[in-house]
Design a protein around this ligand. Sequence first.
Ligand code: CA2
Length: 142
Amino acid sequence: MLINGPNLNLIGNRDPSIYGKKTLIDIENACIKRANSLNYDIECVQSNHEGQLIDWIHTTKHAGIVINAGAYTHTSIAIPDALVSVELPVVEVHLSNIHNRESFRHISYISKISIGMICGFGAIGYELAIEALIHYIDNLHK
Ligand code: CA2
């Protein structure tokens, strides 16, 4: 499952110098293609509401989660708690390199519970995150 958090519905239209020219729909379509080519189904969701993100995490039927929690990355304890509660592998992704931006973006509570994080590569980072998650899931029992 691909989960996007607050304001990511705006990318491509506003602030392209930081977040790129691709829209979230472009990114989701590329992720669907990439997952399908690796024989996985993928569901893509976005919300600006923390509770909605948590409800989707609780009810997912998928084998793993790729998440860009937007600014909730740096503030939310409830989202990583929800991710831990479902005991699924999690890969974190960010369009920008959160470590070379303002210091309040340097902390990610999601990184503390994720397998790994891809940041700073823009839209392609999402496809890399999907591929990394699938590689992890496929090799879990080997
Ligand atoms: O780099 C990322 O992917 C972020 O998760 C994007 C978040 C930001 O708060 C994180 O620190 C890093 C912001 C999402 C998009 O916000 C916009 C703001 C203005 C115009 C368009 C999008």
